[in-house]
Ligand binder design. Structure first.
Ligand code: NAD
Length: 422
């Protein structure tokens, strides 16, 4: 074999993983069908932000341990094939396996005894057994004895890969007798503890890790909407719930989406025993942008020709990932109200205005992403100075600790106490 491991799909999950394997001394082939992505990596540039990844990329390229290809079939030159392709959902509430199927079809003519295929993508329950069955159906080989298939779900948060890869328990669900052991031979190189289980339990553990977060954030988001209805302050209610109470706590509201949380619940909803329960969770989180737009309209009247500054395009703080960000939905909704929308984000690739230009003469400012850059009293002062006199600030994240979802700048400045050069 020319390589120890091939990683197919060099996205936010696959590329850091491929780099980590190469940094552990393995000979790695990275495969992606996006030419611009391959070009950037060949030039030694990370196509997205991931702390430490730039240095690791330089190191493994200099050591000659990381090569690239655009052909999935080349993965058969490695003992281990790790699949890190995207797994979106169809609007039919069903996993879209088309990328995985297409790569399997490319690989099938080249697979032979002793090859191991590890599914790192997030998948619906039953998908690992489907992949094993698909290989057996087309090859004269037994999975678990001649070739190996396992689900090794990725639970690391983007932006924390190199910090968490060594410590987060690595769940492995292998098919048949030996697939789990073969997967552990590879993934143990990352240094994290290995936890062996069945394929379907590995699948359930991953999607329910995300479902738990998605539902956890839906509760404060629903409470925020209830509080507006009763003219109550959500942050005060949350404090009343959590303060010195020993049995758990409620999270804070905010925009809850992103490429994983927004779709992974559907992998359970596909065959749910409580159909609609998680769809309701999704509807709450997806409803937050409209709730904020309606809240602005209640306070300012029609938004036609009003200037609204949206701060943040990324789906969460500190990332440049805009996929499935609710900031985009917020902007679309504001534009449908005929508002003039200006946008600032210090991290994303999409060109945006400077903070000063975005907030200039704004009637309303919405904190869509709680990037650390926004959360200083100095930024609040800058907003107040640039925007219209006593503009409305919408801050579901409580970025400045003022504990107001909707407040005017004078009130916020007084609450945050930014007067003395904070
Ligand atoms: N992004 C996250 O934070 C995160 C976290 C945990 C799990 N996951 C899961 O990991 C998987 C990958 O997510 P991602 O965010 O890295 O996706 P991504 O879209 O960033 O990466 C997928 C890559 O696969 C490439 N690709 C698509 N079809 C291909 C083909 N036929 N041959 C070769 N390359 C092909 C694309 O060009 C892209 O670079 C998904 O299942 C996702 O749910 C993601």
């Amino acid at each position: 074999m020319s390589y120890d491991v091939a990683v197919i799909g060099l996205g936010r999950i696959g590329l850091p993983l491929a780099l980590a394997f190469a940094d552990q001394g393995l000979r790695v082939l990275g495969i992606d069908n996006a030419q611009d992505r391959l070009g950037a990596i060949r030039d030694g540039r990370m196509p997205f932000r991931e702390p430490e990844a730039d240095e690791v990329l330089q190191r493994v390229q200099a050591a000659g341990r990381f090569e690239l290809s655009e052909r999935a079939s080349d993965a058969a030159q490695a003992d281990h094939v790790v699949i890190t392709l995207g797994t979106p959902t169809f609007s039919h509430i069903e996993i879209d396996l088309s990328d995985i199927r297409s790569v399997l079809d490319d690989l099938l003519p080249h697979l032979r005894a002793d090859h191991a295929v590890h599914l790192r993508s997030t998948i619906a329950p039953g998908t690992t057994e489907f992949v094993a069955g698909y290989l057996e159906k087309h090859l004269d080989l037994r999975v678990g004895e001649d070739v190996f298939v396992a689900h090794v779900p990725e639970r690391i948060a983007a932006g924390r890969f190199f910090e968490e890869a060594k410590s987060l328990p690595c769940i492995i669900g292998g098919v048949g007798e030996r697939s789990g052991e073969v997967a552990a031979d590879l993934f143990a190189k990352l240094g994290a503890p290995i936890v062996q289980t069945t394929p379907v339990q590995a699948e359930l553990a991953k999607i329910w890790t995300n479902i738990l977060r998605y539902a956890n954030f839906a509760l404060p988001n629903l409470l925020m909407m209830d509080c507006e209805q009763y003219d109550a302050n959500v942050f005060e209610v949350i404090d009343l719930i959590n303060r010195d109470y020993p049995r758990g706590g409620i999270a804070l509201p905010g925009f809850t989406a992103g490429t994983c949380l927004r779709k992974d619940f559907a992998f359970s909803e596909e065959r749910s025993n409580a159909p609609g329960m998680l769809l309701a969770v999704s509807r709450v989180n997806e409803g937050v942008p409209l709730f904020l737009v309606q809240g602005i309209k209640r306070r300012l009247g029609s938004l036609r020709d009003k200037r609204v500054a949206v701060l943040g395009l990324a789906f969460k703080a500190g990332t440049d990932d805009e996929r499935d960000s609710l900031a985009h939905k917020l902007i679309r909704l504001l534009e449908r109200e005929l508002a003039d929308v200006a946008v600032h984000d210090p991290l994303v690739d999409t060109p945006t205005q400077s903070l000063q230009d975005a907030v200039l003469d704004a009637d309303a400012i919405v904190v869509a992403t709680n990037h650390p850059e926004f959360c200083s009293p100095a930024t609040l002062r800058l907003i107040a100075e640039g925007a219209k006199r006593d503009a409305l600030v919408v801050d579901p994240w409580n970025a400045w600790g003022a504990a107001q979802v909707f407040a005017h700048t004078d009130e916020l400045l007084a609450l945050v106490g930014t007067g003395a050069g904070a």
